[in-house]
Design a protein around this ligand. Sequence first.
Ligand code: ZN
Ligand code: ZN
Length: 145
Amino acid sequence: MKQQASEIVQILKQRGLRVTPQRFAVYANLRSRTDHPTVESLLIDINAEAPTASQATVYSALQALRDARLVREVLLEEGVVRYDANVAAHHHFRCRCCGTIEDIPWESFQDMSMGSLRSGLKPENYEVTVSGVCDRCSATSPIQA
Ligand SMILES: [Zn+2]
Ligand SMILES: [Zn+2]
């Protein structure tokens, strides 16, 4: 745990970020989870450990981390911004029942062809969102599965 803390401090410094308790807490929290939390959910989690952060401080920490490209925003639902500390290329699975988003490794979809795009469109990047029902939801509501 201690080693992880110094690694996080190191990463923040490497990106030219001043290490503040909020930035540290937000980044450490995001790195420790894969559920793509919203600001609200991050705030609850961070304050469970040390009740010091406000939504505004968490939000500004997220902005700084995003600008330093340590964190990305994931927008899969209208009006809902979720955050992801996995900034490598990857795809997402979204459960239509509980809204949970989980990562799908980039290699899962091989050879996505852009050949059928109409001429004039120049693809630069893409990302696949698979929607469906996660295992937890299909276990609790067999009717929907
Ligand atoms: Zn689900
Ligand atoms: Zn992700």
